[in-house]
Design a protein around this ligand. Structure first.
Ligand code: ZN
Length: 391
């Protein structure tokens, strides 16, 4: 189970690792974190996105049309992920769902390139658990693409990241000669589901070398950017941070109040949960460009304008973290910086529970707990000149 040798394929274009920095797909994605949103109701690239370190993505089939209509789309890289994997499972015969056009796949690629002048994301279907033939068909379809402005979307069941599958997954991904947007599917938060996921994701970033986690949350995105990930995509809503596999009922169906990112805790909480927790205490406040010191208790509403502002706060606050990390020139410094943030976040949960005098009111996610454990073994700052020491 540790080997999945790639058969030599005459169709596979030669991949020159030294040339990779020059491709259009890399230029559009490398060292950027994208904000993912639904095309419906989206007519402009949000102004709070920093054009030097972020990108913007439309998720869903309407993105194909909308991407050419967005105002501000020349300000930073904008991509359309048609997200057919939300509805369709990949088969060995049909790993990607290209529209039926007169001009075939290249017609689709050319059209998308003309609309966005950015990287083109493949319309890949969802790879279920234990379907290596479907995953290999995605690889073969990717190998058929000879142009260099394409990012291959690989949406798959989170169990592909488990210890008994990870070697096979890495071998298959290595043979894809394009940047890869990796989407993990599962109920709730897929990275919470098994203890080995975060560790194995790091292996994927490092061993494949051109992978970005897509449709994820800030902590997983920042971990990728410290551990050799090429780019990342953070959802503006819960359904764009966690992919429920096609055909499975979503366990999160009720209409919700906005989810609010709390930078100190590196996590999202529902606005009504925050109201409840802070009923007898001052709310935490936020110094992002949107909040400017205002309290984080102001999003407890079904009003669309409030939801829009909550999303703006969320993106502005993770962007600020990303700006700090991105200013660090090496992976090791990023790792050290993030390890310290995670250590402080872990402590902040207890401090916040104590402040509001409610034991266990705020609990770190499993992903954060595991990252905190991994951070204990992170590069220490005994190296001279290092900043804040991580114990
Ligand atoms: Zn804020």
């Amino acid at each position: 189970m540790t080997h999945d040798p790639v058969p030599p394929s005459p169709r596979r274009p030669a991949w020159d690792a030294t040339a990779e920095l020059t491709t259009a797909a890399e230029q559009a994605t490398k060292d950027r974190i994208f904000l993912l949103t639904r095309p419906r109701g989206t007519w402009a690239v949000p102004k709070y996105l920093d054009p030097t370190i972020t990108g913007f993505a439309l998720c869903g089939p309407e993105g194909e049309q909308r991407i050419g209509e967005l105002s501000g789309r020349r300000r930073l890289p904008v991509v359309a992920d048609l997200a057919h994997y939300e509805k369709s499972a990949a088969s060995p015969e049909t790993p990607m769902l290209f529209p039926e056009t007169l001009f075939g796949r290249d017609g689709f690629f050319d059209d998308m390139r003309a609309r966005a002048n950015s990287a083109i994301f493949t319309p890949t279907a969802y790879v279920e658990a234990g379907e290596p033939a479907a995953l290999k068909a995605v690889r073969a379809a990717a190998q058929d693409v000879a142009r260099t402005d394409v990012v291959v979307v690989v949406p798959l069941d989170v169990t592909w990241l488990r210890d008994n599958k990870i070697d096979q997954l890495i071998a298959i991904l290595k043979a894809i000669p394009h940047p890869i947007a990796l989407v993990l599917g599962g109920q709730y938060n897929p990275t919470d589901s098994y203890a080995d996921i975060m560790r194995n994701l790091r292996r994927v970033y490092q061993e494949v070398g051109r992978v970005g986690p897509w449709r994820t949350d800030p902590v997983t995105a920042l971990d990728a950017m410290a551990q050799g990930g090429m780019f990342a995509g953070i959802g503006s809503s819960g359904s764009l941070r966690h992919l429920v596999p096609p055909g499975q009922p979503t366990k999160i169906t009720k209409r919700f109040k906005p989810s609010v990112f709390i930078p100190e805790l590196l996590h999202f909480f529902r606005a009504d949960t925050l109201t409840e927790r802070w009923a007898n205490a001052d709310p935490l406040s936020c110094w992002c460009t949107v909040c400017a010191g205002r309290g984080l208790d102001r999003f407890d509403s079904y009003d669309t304008a409030v939801d829009t502002e909550a999303r703006a706060h969320n993106a502005a606050s993770w962007s600020a973290l990303w700006a700090q990390m991105r200013a660090l020139p090496t992976g090791i410094e990023r790792q050290r910086w993030l390890a310290e943030r995670i250590r402080l976040a872990h402590l902040a949960y207890e401090a916040e529970n104590e402040r509001i005098q409610q034991a266990n009111a705020f609990k770190p996610s499993k992903t954060l707990q595991r990252l905190a454990k991994l951070a204990e073994g992170a590069p220490s700052s005994v190296i001279e000149g290092a900043g804040t020491p991580a114990p």
